[in-house]
Design a protein around this ligand. Structure first.
Ligand code: 5GP
Ligand code: 5GP
Ligand code: 5GP
Length: 216
C-alpha cells in the first residue's frame, strides 16, 4: 500500500433509507436474507478531500477477501443490505464499496467494515429522528432543517441530507451523510458538504411497508 492511498482529508459516512431506495420508479430487490428492517442502513465510508473531490480504486489489484470478515457477515446482512437488483447476498455491494472506497481508506478490510458498523450504531439515526417526533409516515412532510436538527442533537454534528424522488414525484429523505476524521475515530463537522443534491424545503420520510415496493 503506497502512502498516497491514505492521502485524504476526511470520510463521508453515508447511510441510506431503504424505503426511499425502493419506492422510486426504478424500484429495488430485497436481499436473499429477506426484507431489511425499517432502519437506516450503510451505503459506505468514503474517503474525501476538502476540495470536494475524492480518491477511488486505490488498489486495483485488491479484491474482497470474505474470509477476513466471515464473523461480520451476519451483522452486515442486517446493517448493510444491498437493495439493488437482482437480489443478492450483499457481497457484490460490499466488494464494490471496499474496492472503490475502502482501498483508499488506510484501513484494512476488516477494520474498514467494522468501523462502518460501529459508526452506524453510534449515529443511531432513526432513534434520533423519532426522539424529535420525526417518524416514517406517508403523507407527512418535514423540513430538511428539522431533520438536520434532530440528527445534530443526537450526534453532535450537522449531517447533509440527500433526497430522491418517489414514483409519485414526492421528494424524500434518501441518504444521510455524516463526516468522520481521517483516522476513522470520531464524527466531525463536515469540512465540505456534497454538491448538487438538494432537497425541496418540505420532504417525506416514507415508511418501509411491504406494499410500498415491487420485488422481482
Ligand atoms: P451518485 O452519482 O449516485 O451520487 O454517486 C455515485 C457514486 O459515486 C457513489 O456511490 C460513490 O461511490 C461516489 N460518490 C458520489 N459522491 C461522492 C462524494 O461526494 N464523495 C465520495 N467519496 N464519493 C462519492
Ligand atoms: P457507489 O459507487 O455509489 O458507492 O455505490 C453504488 C453502487 O452500488 C451501484 O453500482 C449500485 O448498483 C450498487 N448497489 C448495490 N446495492 C446498493 C444499495 O443498496 N444502495 C445503493 N445506493 N447502491 C447499491
Ligand atoms: P444553502 O444556500 O443554505 O446552501 O442552501 C439552501 C437550500 O438548501 C434550501 O433549499 C435548504 O432547504 C437546502 N438544504 C439545506 N440543508 C440541506 C441538506 O442537508 N441537504 C439538501 N439536499 N438540501 C439542504
Amino acid at each position: 500500500v503506497c502512502a498516497a492511498s491514505q492521502d485524504f482529508d476526511f470520510f463521508y459516512f453515508v447511510q441510506q433509507w431503504p424505503a426511499s431506495y425502493c419506492d422510486t420508479r426504478r424500484s429495488c430487490c430485497y436481499p436473499f436474507t429477506g426484507k431489511p428492517d425499517e432502519d437506516f442502513s450503510i451505503h459506505g465510508l468514503w474517503p474525501n478531500y476538502e476540495n470536494g473531490k475524492w480518491p477511488q480504486n486505490c488498489d486495483p489489484e485488491s479484491s474482497l477477501d470474505e474470509s477476513e470478515i466471515s464473523d461480520l457477515i451476519s451483522t452486515m446482512e442486517k446493517n448493510w443490505p444491498s437493495l439493488a437488483c437482482p437480489s443478492s447476498d450483499g457481497v457484490r455491494f460490499w466488494s464494490h464499496e471496499w474496492m472503490k472506497h475502502g482501498t483508499c481508506s488506510g484501513l484494512g478490510e476488516r477494520a474498514y467494515f467494522q468501523t462502518a458498523l460501529d459508526f452506524k450504531n453510534k449515529s443511531n439515526l432513526l432513534q434520533n429522528l423519532k426522539n424529535a417526533g420525526i417518524h416514517p409516515r406517508n403523507g407527512e412532510h418535514y423540513s430538511v432543517e428539522s431533520i438536520k436538527k434532530a440528527i445534530e442533537d443526537g450526534v453532535g454534528h450537522t449531517p447533509f441530507i440527500e433526497c430522491n424522488v418517489d414514483s409519485q414525484g414526492n421528494h424524500q429523505v434518501y441518504q444521510v451523510y455524516l463526516c468522520v476524521d481521517s483516522s476513522a475515530s470520531n464524527f466531525i463537522d463536515c469540512p465540505v458538504f456534497p454538491h448538487g443534491r438538494r432537497c425541496g424545503s418540505k420532504i417525506e420520510f416514507p415508511p418501509f411497508s411491504s406494499t410500498d415496493h415491487d420485488d422481482f
